[in-house]
Write a protein that binds this ligand. Structure first.
Ligand SMILES: Cc1cc2nc3c(=O)[nH]c(=O)nc-3n(C[C@H](O)[C@H](O)[C@H](O)COP(=O)(O)O)c2cc1C
Length: 182
């Protein structure tokens, strides 16, 4: 898969097969994040794998645009990568964390794995669960997909994704004409 296909094919997936992700794949995904761009090359982002742990899911929120929706118990991710900020190195992490998460999502896509970037998380509870001194920034859910999602056009400025009658998630993306301003 080339990069542009990975970029265009990647969608947030919120239902996962109950099939563990091989540890070598998770390690490779995290290793790739080391190569991401980093402001002043400080590299303050750290990673922790959370798997086979029922305490992570209650710290997450899913698909805000879908009404009363969450993955069923047998659709929930088996693996999460916690994205952490090392406060000994730096106090602000946002651009570096975004570069790292994006890199990991694309590498996972190439491996046939699905991801969902989770920002609506209980950071305090996750920090305690991990027993880490680092700041918890994001979770990346990683697994084998049990859901389809595709891009559609934005109509009437409505950017809310929705599930169609076939259970496919439709994600409206703004057109090239709209985003390419000059
Ligand atoms: C910073 C950030 C935080 C996000 N947090 C959540 C989240 O907590 N729960 C969730 O279900 N999706 C979350 N998402 C996924 C977005 O909803 C998703 O990227 C968006 O709807 C576009 O869909 P796509 O990723 O398939 O292109 C997050 C995405 C980003 C970039």
């Amino acid at each position: 898969m080339n990069v542009i296909d990975a970029v265009k094919n990647r969608r947030s997936i919120r239902k996962f097969k109950q099939q563990p992700v091989e540890r070598e794949k998770i390690t490779e995904i995290i290793d790739a994040a080391r190569y991401a761009a980093s402001g002043a090359n400080m590299q303050p982002i750290k990673f922790a794998v959370m798997e086979n742990c029922n305490d992570v899911y209650p710290c997450t929120k899913w698909a805000g645009y879908l009404t009363d929706w969450e993955p069923a118990e047998d659709e929930r991710p088996m693996t999460y990568i916690a994205v952490l900020g090392d406060t000994d190195i730096k106090k602000t992490f946002e651009p570096d964390a975004v570069a790292a998460v994006t890199t990991m999502m694309l590498v996972a896509e190439e491996m046939g794995l699905a991801t969902c970037w989770l920002g609506a998380i209980d950071k305090k509870a996750l920090k305690e669960l991990l027993g880490t001194k680092h700041e918890v920034l994001y979770l990346l859910a990683v697994g084998y997909p049990a859901q389809q999602s595709r891009v559609t056009d934005v109509k009437d400025n409505n950017i809310k994704y929705f599930e169609d009658e076939n259970g496919v998630i439709n994600v409206p993306k703004r057109s090239l004409e709209e985003v390419f301003v000059k």
